[in-house]
Design a protein around this ligand. Sequence first.
Ligand code: NI
Ligand code: MN
Length: 226
Amino acid sequence: MKITYYGHSCFLVETAAARLLLDPFLTGNSAAPVTAADVRCDFILCSHGHEDHTCDALAIAKANDATLIANYEIAEYFGAQGAKTHGMNPGGAWQFPFGRVKLTIAHHTSSVNAGLNPVYLGVACGIVVEADGRRLYHAGDTALFMDMQLIGRGGLDAALLPIGDNFTMGPADALDALDFLKPKVCVPMHYNTWPPIAQDAGAFARAALARGHTVNPLQPGASLEL
Ligand code: NI
Ligand code: MN
């Protein structure tokens, strides 16, 4: 399993059988190393409805004939606009051709801005992908929660965790998350995209190391083989 960071919370996950795009936010993200038109993928996974996790989902799904995997409401929302979708909900898992996906809980909101009022699209989720003998957790946007201990119990080759604060947990809570999850490696995400979520990922990595955890802050465009 190879993961490539596309900036913010967007990752390309390449398994033996498929290319998965997680939380597509390329258009409008100056750190993104690729454009939405250049991305090739077979599946798109969205943790929740917010634009910085879904804004390119529909266009990329249509251009690639890719299946969009998300909570039921997001799946219905994009399905009504012509995307192939697979709706799920927290606690549920499904065996896809590339491996198994399970949605977890997350403590966050989930909406899209349609006109003046936000449209609520179910609950925010985290995503666990099991493929090629590897187990990956993308936390989406979330606060720290005790049940992360349960997610870590299956063993994690990597955890992708938000550290930006303000909208999600910040570095201090992400350190506690690492104590719960115990991943082989953590890749921080959802930071430095805008001033309210500016963080020092190097300082986070050093603090994590002092508590026995490995953090690898990937630059946008950089990859990691699990
Ligand atoms: Ni969000
Ligand atoms: Mn977000």
